[in-house]
Each structure stands twice: as C-alpha cells, then as structure tokens.
Design a protein around this ligand. Structure first.
Ligand SMILES: *[C@@H]1O[C@H](CO)[C@@H](O)[C@H](O)[C@H]1NC(C)=O
Ligand SMILES: *[C@@H]1O[C@H](CO)[C@@H](O)[C@H](O)[C@H]1NC(C)=O
Ligand SMILES: *[C@@H]1O[C@H](CO)[C@@H](O)[C@H](O)[C@H]1NC(C)=O
Length: 524
C-alpha cells in the first residue's frame, strides 16, 4: 500500500488550495455515471472534486477492507485535464472524467504495477510499459484510470487447497495486498477473484471498475456486493496485456452499481483488436454496438427464459435464498416473460464430473493453457523482469514462502507446470470436449430444444466453477436480488449465447428496474 501513503501526503498538501473548490451539494454516495455527467454539465461538480471525494474516502476507510492496491499517482492531473477539456467543449462522452478502478491483472502502461496479486511481479523491472488495449480504450472514451484493485492472487489459480486461508478458501488473499474483506460483513469472504474491484465499487470508493473472469470471477463477487457484473462473450473485449489463465475462457468485463453504468462501459470496451486474435472471429461485430439502446423497462415482455434446475438451481443451499430466487421467477412472469421450467442442460452431470484428467474437463484445459499463456504474457514485459515462465514463478514462491505461502501453497501451479504443451493430443481432445459439452451438446442443445432467449440462474454461495457458460465462452450478467441472513447481498443471473449481450442487458435492466434491490453497505 506504499503508493496510497505517498498520495495521502500529496492530497494533504493540496487540500488547502482546494478547499474553496470543495463546495458542492452533489450527492456522491451511490452517484451513477448519468448523475455525475448531469452535475458536470450543470457545473456543480468537477472531476477533481469527484476524485478527491473518492480518494479521501479510501484513505479514511479502506484499511478496514483492503480493496485498493494502488492509486494512480497522476490521478489529480488527469482529473484536471478532463475538466479543462470539458470546459473547452471537448467532452468525449459518458465516461469523460469518470474514474474507473482496474483489477490488478490489467496493465495500464503508466506508473502503476500489474501483479495479479503476486509479489513476483511487484517490482520496477516487471512493471509493464505497454498498456492493455482496454485501458487505452477507457482513456480514449475519456475515463480516468483511477488505480488498481486487490484480487485473489493469480485469480485463484495458484492453489487447489485454500483451507489455511482466513475464509477457508483463497478468495481475496494475495501476497501483494493481504486479505480483502467483504464490504457488507468483514467476517465474510469478498469472493473472487475480482474481489477488490467489487468491494471498492460497493463502498463508493470509485464509480465503477473493471474485472476479469475465467469462470465466476466477475459474476460471483459482483453478486455478493449488490452489483451488476457482466462476463462478456470471450472475444468481444480484448485480453491484450491482461494477465491470463486461459485464452479459451478469459474475458474482462464491467462491475458497476447499475445495468446502465455497466452498459455504458461495455460500449467503450467492446471491439476488435489485432493484438488479440480471438476478437477477430467472424461473428465478432466490428462496428460499435449501442448497448445502452437496450435499457428497456419492458424488455422482458415475450422473452423465453429457461430455468435449468438440475445442478444450477439444485446447488443453492440456503432457504432464505431459495424463496427470493423463486419470487424472482414470479417477477419475470409478471414482467411478461415466458418461463420454461426444468430447461436442463443434457450435459450438466458430465460438466460437473471431476474424474476427467486433472480434476475435470475445464480444470484440465486451464492447467494446459495457463502454462503457455503466462509465458506469453511475461514475454511482453521488459527484458530485465526475471520472471520468464511458470517455473520462475514457482521458484519465486519457494524462495519467498514466508510472504507468499503463509496460508496456502501452489499445487495448481505445480500441476500446470507438469502439463506437456498445446500440441499434446490430450490437450486438443480436452479443448474439443470443453467446447462440445458446454456449447453444442449443452447450452445450445437446451436453447434449441426449448427455443430460449436466455436462462435464469441464481448466483449464491454455492456458485462455483465449472460453469457451462464460462466453458463455452458465452456471456452472463448478474443483478442484485436480495440479502442473506448475515447482511450480504446475493444475485440472480441471466445467461445467453455468444454475442447476445444486448438481450442480457435488456432483461437485466427490466428486472433491476422492477426490483431495485441494491442496498449500499454501511461503512464501518
Ligand atoms: C457553498 O455554496 C453555497 C451555495 O452556493 C453558499 O451558500 C455557501 O456560502 C458556499 N460555502 C462556501 C464555504 O463557500
Ligand atoms: C509433477 O511431476 C513430477 C514428476 O513426474 C511428480 O513427482 C509430481 O508429483 C507432479 N506434481 C503434480 C502436482 O502433479
Ligand atoms: C456477519 O457474518 C457472521 C458470520 O460470518 C455473522 O455471525 C454475523 O451475524 C454477520 N453480521 C451481521 C451484521 O449480520
């Protein structure tokens, strides 16, 4: 947290100069992107005031939560520049002057680090000089790269046994940050791996954030923080200079307080990128999509929504959640949706089976791909970075076991290190199976059989990999729906087929507007 301290000093020095500027009646807490833009336009708020409010709040309260790993040391300069451009009539759109926090596996190419939570990459030599395409796209849309957020180290891909960790799973712990805590109840896990980005948005430490998802990593922490999270279709948003697990399943996506804010971010993020070949698939739309056009209150009228009970509803284990989830189905009906109950995936049992290969089809795939993909990422860093491949990372952890392995080890790394490359026929067969079980024989089969537009699935405490839509590279959106007995929110999600984000945004918006379920957490 060194840079936060440096920034405290900086902002204290500036405080007296700014005092006159601080006079605004703007209601910062729970402000949406549209609220902020309206205040910018009226002249009752500047980006500098907005950033100052968030920075002060982080300094005052984040020691209880540990959600921000680093603030951009240039943030006030960037805010001033955005204010000056706006004054000159050169606003770049809805994200102009809005601070966005990035998960600490998305390279910014500025003064900040990119570590996936690991001390092995927390050094000047391993700080990326290249910006990820998505950080660049956010800047082009006028957004301010506010800082980096704590995450489960290596996006939960270092250990298979986190039982020594504070919450009996590795969620929210990293060598870089220590333990991140749930914003609603600090005795509970923040979930992960995009825990920090979720906690920070939930607590109004920033307007919105950017997470990444291989399987559940955006959806799960968003749901338990009363947020909207979108896991987009793999290949819709560039992964260039994002620390990977798997090129077949990874995707960045927005985490926000409302469907509207998330849709605004999607417009800035989506698009082809020569540096990420998957974004150039024939089906990837190569012109900007107006996701905000689908924010339609009546959007559920006539939509055919399937309820895949087997496994994906059966796993829900807390009575208070069951009642709310069943009520949510009734809500969809009252909003005009056509519900097709027991629209099960024919392959649900095979997908859940962990006897295949290295712990199941998905787990096997990720082990093979991580070893290659992390090497490719590291090759983009400066030559001086001593970390070149997975073997170097494993050795680093052994050499720094006191700091990196006090709570859990690195069995997942060791398993991945033992894999034999992407030319191995076993890998190719695993890749085929991963797609076949989740896509054509799974989600596609159910969608065809029941003629569905989307499926509706609870995101409760039992929501864990492997999730079929993640394996298929399909999109998902989560929306807040209720609170559990310990004051922690949970959510419902829709999933759809590739590039059906417009439908997801439309359905989620209709449900969100009808339920208004988000309640901000109380600061400690
Ligand atoms: C803040 O603004 C209000 C309304 O414009 C004004 O009445 C008040 O005197 C201002 N306070 C300071 C400290 O400038
Ligand atoms: C990796 O391979 C080595 C050598 O075959 C073996 O001893 C070790 O148990 C394997 N580790 C894992 C985690 O699979
Ligand atoms: C927070 O969670 C703990 C269990 O992890 C529970 O005992 C406690 O009552 C919860 N706090 C509130 C305010 O609900």
């Amino acid at each position: 947290m060194r840079s936060i301290k440096a920034l405290t000093l900086f902002s204290t020095l500036c405080l007296s100069v700014l005092a006159a500027d601080q006079n605004t009646t703007f209601k910062f807490e729970e402000a949406s992107i549209l609220d902020i833009q309206a205040a910018f336009t009226k002249g009752t708020l500047t980006s500098r005031q907005l950033v100052q409010w968030y920075v002060d709040r982080i300094h005052e309260h984040d020691h209880n939560y540990n959600s921000v790993s680093e603030l951009n040391p240039d943030i006030f300069m960037l805010a001033d520049r955005a204010d000056a451009l706006r004054k000159a009539g050169k606003s770049r759109g809805l994200l102009h002057g809005i601070p966005i926090l990035l998960k600490d596996n998305i390279a910014t190419g500025d003064k900040m680090h990119n570590t996936a939570g690991s001390l092995a990459l927390y050094s000047e030599e391993c700080r990326p000089t290249k910006s990820s395409t998505i950080a660049t796209k956010l800047r082009q849309a006028g957004a301010l790269i506010f800082g980096k957020a704590c995450m489960s180290e290596w996006a939960n891909f270092r250990t298979t046994d986190g039982s020594g960790a504070e919450y009996k799973d590795p969620d929210g712990w990293s060598g870089r940050c220590g333990q991140t805590h749930n914003a609603y109840n600090i005795t509970r896990s923040p979930s992960g791996s995009s825990g920090g980005p979720a906690v920070a948005v939930a607590l109004n430490f920033v307007t919105a954030s950017l997470g990444t998802d291989t399987d559940c990593s955006i959806i799960a922490p968003a749901a338990i923080h009363g947020l909207v999270g979108i896991r987009p279709t793999v290949g819709l948003i560039s992964r260039n200079m994002v620390i990977p697990i798997s090129h077949s399943q990874d995707t960045p996506g927005p985490m926000a307080k409302s469907v509207t804010d998330a849709a605004i971010m999607m417009e800035a993020l989506a698009g082809q990128d020569p540096r990420d070949p998957l974004t150039n698939m024939p089906r990837n739309p190569n012109k900007p999509i107006k996701y905000t056009k689908y924010l339609n209150k009546d959007g559920l009228k006539g939509a055919r929504i399937g309820i895949p009970r087997h496994i994906y509803w059966e796993k829900m284990n807390r009575p208070e959640e069951k009642a709310v989830a069943e009520d949510a189905i009734e809500k969809l009906k009252s909003l005009g949706a056509i519900i097709i109950d027991h629209a099960d995936l024919p392959t649900a049992d095979q997908i859940a089976d962990t006897s295949y290969g290295l712990g199941g089809v998905e787990a096997t795939l990720l082990n093979y791909e991580f070893k290659q993909d992390i090497k490719d990422y590291l090759s983009n860093l400066k030559r001086q970075c001593p970390m070149k491949n997975l073997a170097d990372l494993i050795q680093y952890n052994k050499d720094h076991a006191d700091k990196e392995m006090p709570l859990f080890k690195q069995e997942a790394f060791e398993t991945a290190q033992n894999t034999t490359g992407l030319d191995d026929p076993f890998y190719k067969e695993t890749l085929r199976l991963n797609r076949e079980l989740s896509g054509p024989s799974g989600i596609d089969a159910a969608f065809q059989k029941y003629n569905l537009d989307a499926m509706f699935v609870p995101v409760d405490w039992a929501f864990f990999p492997p999730q079929p839509l993640a394996m298929a590279g399909y999109p998902q959106i989560s929306v807040p729906i209720g609170m559990d007995d310990e004051g922690v929110p949970f959510g419902m999600s829709f999933y759809a087929r590739a590039f059906d984000e417009p439908k997801l945004i439309q359905y989620a918006y209709a449900l969100e507007q009808a339920t208004q379920a988000r309640r901000p957490p109380q600061l400690l």
